[in-house]
Design a protein around this ligand. Structure first.
Ligand SMILES: [Zn+2]
Length: 297
């Protein structure tokens, strides 16, 4: 793997176009990279005192530009250089690159274990949460009105946004190799809000629609939840929850018994659909924090 020292800002800009460019391309013709055994040297020489650095972990086999390993400055060390803009799909992951206790860069982050495999698929059927409180997260959704559900969704999303402001080491770290990081969970919750918004539209627009299947794990891998920017996700999760909550508030009593069918045949009324939805962000808050926020609500 090649490492490139960058900032989340530069990475976010690169993702918009699919290409990372650096000033060094114009000045020297290439993008500076290092191997993991080397990266502390340029970090301390060129980025002394910086607290906003991240490392891009780049798969050299996926880089479209030419890579030359060379000793450009007669330092006695050969570094890998990418001659041209870097295609962002060659980036396997991005990890925080903090300074050590001395104020210098002392440790190379573990770049290998942070390239995540899919999380353990959650195959459980959660429809029972409509009938009894969840023994884990404590959510008791079975009697909530849509106005209450809208309210609690906004509260959940606000908590997710707040969690995204925790130290990035925690936000990005999987507690177990097969368990999503808080960031990955937050992306999932954002996408659940969006998905249920789309399904709500179907229920309102069509008679007894069947929802397309959705695989959260595939989505997480394809969308690279692990590479998301926590600050951006914080904004997105609140916006997605707000959109869904506002729609729930507009549902009229005569619409509550409209139906939707999951692809496995499970039938929801709009009422049970909304209660079922609320359990997801609540349960994942418990997954991440261990706190029960909706117990006895
Ligand atoms: Zn639960």
């Amino acid at each position: 793997m090649l490492l490139h020292i960058t900032t989340m800002h530069a990475w976010n800009e690169a993702k918009q176009t699919g290409w990372l460019s650096t000033e060094s391309i114009a000045a020297e013709g290439f993008i500076h990279c290092s191997y993991d055994t080397q990266v502390l040297t340029p970090a301390n020489e060129r980025y002394s005192g910086r607290d906003d650095l991240h490392l891009l972990v780049i798969d050299p086999n996926l880089v479209t530009a030419k890579i030359v390993v060379e000793d450009s400055y007669g330092s006695g060390n050969e570094f890998p250089h990418i001659y041209g803009p870097l295609n962002t799909d060659a980036v396997r992951t991005i990890v925080p690159f903090p300074r050590g206790k001395s104020g210098s860069f002392e440790n190379v982050p573990d770049i290998y274990s942070t390239t995540p495999p899919p999380a353990q698929p959650d195959d459980k059927d959660w429809t029972w949460v409509l009938d009894r409180p969840c023994p884990d997260c404590g959510a008791d959704v079975g009697a909530l009105s849509l106005v209450e559900i809208a309210h609690f969704n906004r509260k959940s999303a606000a908590r997710w946004a707040k969690l995204m402001q925790e130290p990035e080491d925690w936000v990005r770290t999987r507690p177990e190799p097969q368990v999503w990081s808080p960031l990955e969970y937050a992306c999932h919750v954002r996408d659940v809000y969006r998905l249920f918004g789309e399904r709500l539209d179907l229920i309102l627009d069509q008679d007894n629609p069947t929802f397309a299947n959705w695989n959260p794990n595939t989505t997480a891998t394809q969308q690279r939840y692990d590479l998301a920017d926590p600050a951006t996700v914080a904004v997105e999760v609140v916006a997605a929850a707000e959109e869904l909550a506002a729609e729930f508030e507009l549902v009229t009593p005569d619409q509550l018994q409209r139906k939707g069918l999951r692809s496995d045949g499970a039938a929801f009324t709009l009422q049970t659909f909304a209660r079922y939805e609320l359990h997801d962000p609540e349960h994942h808050l418990w997954d991440v924090t261990g706190e029960q926020s909706l117990a006895g609500a």
